[in-house]
Write a protein that binds this ligand. Sequence first.
Ligand code: BMA
Length: 341
Amino acid sequence: MMSKIKMIGPAVKNVPWQERPEKIVGAPIWRYKENPVIGRNPAEGVARIFNSAVIPYNDEFIGVFRAEQVNGVPYIYMGRSKDAIHWDMEKEKVPFEDENANPFIPGYAYDPRLVKVEDTYYIIWCQDFYGAAIGMAKTVNFKKFVRLENPFIPYNRNAVLFPRKINGNFVMLSRPSDGGHTPFGDIFVSESPDLVYWGKHRHVMGRGRGWWESVKIGGGAAPIETTQGWLLFYHGVSGTCNGFVYSIGGAILDLENPSVVKYRCENFLLTPQEWYEERGFVPNVVFPCATIHDPESGKIAIYYGAADSYVCLAFTQFDEIVDYIKEHSVLTEEDTEIGMR
Ligand code: BMA
């Protein structure tokens, strides 16, 4: 079955890429042979980098990295790369400031996403706001980073902005949680006309159906626009007697009404199986935070954190992954409803 669905967005000629190996098991996603892309002790004062986001910028790539510093505190560091694989890390942490150009540094910051909407780049992360909540900043030049209002009250640790406004509003996925390791969690969507006031909250999709995502789910990479909806790579968590296992799932959300799920793959797309996914600071975690993708070639490179220790890369072809998600789609009533009660 060939799909007529098309990816929408700017062309990216230099998507990091390796051809599909002849034999791949499970979903049509294959790992970069040289994973991990970023190993231990990647920069001075930083022990591990994982769950990080990258974006094309001019003729290079910019990354915002979740860096676990040697004092144990996570913070965001920036890096630059010509190929999105070999990274030059900045020595200093990202210098967030307030609107009056005074330093405004969160106590900790983790799991950043990096999304361009119109001409501005937004970083969205988790930070302390009298409890874990979402922090947000904007930049146009990756030199000056101005903090925005925190979009949500605690607790919420996982937010992903859409790459364009929908019906005139900014749109963000998030996952309300508790202050600990949260044994529950569904994905919600909220809208804002100005990135100050957020509302029109809707339930997008719930955990609990497939076993691999039965504990909680959360947005992953910024959704990819297509002619038939938003292609979303997200994370789903399963509980075991040895703790959580994080896998990557896939869904397609309605273009104009993203609280409505059109297709949701009942199988995981990627689950921990390589040494760098199964062994590390937190074993058995694959956690997607970004894609680099090109509408012309259909190439999609997925950036994911592995075992809270490494940054890794996997690849897929747009047509193949869309077909796979559609062929294995199982929807519940909660998925297809507008998500308002
Ligand atoms: C989540 C977040 C992620 C992390 C995952 C597994 O709650 O803290 O940053 O990768 O747990 O430890």
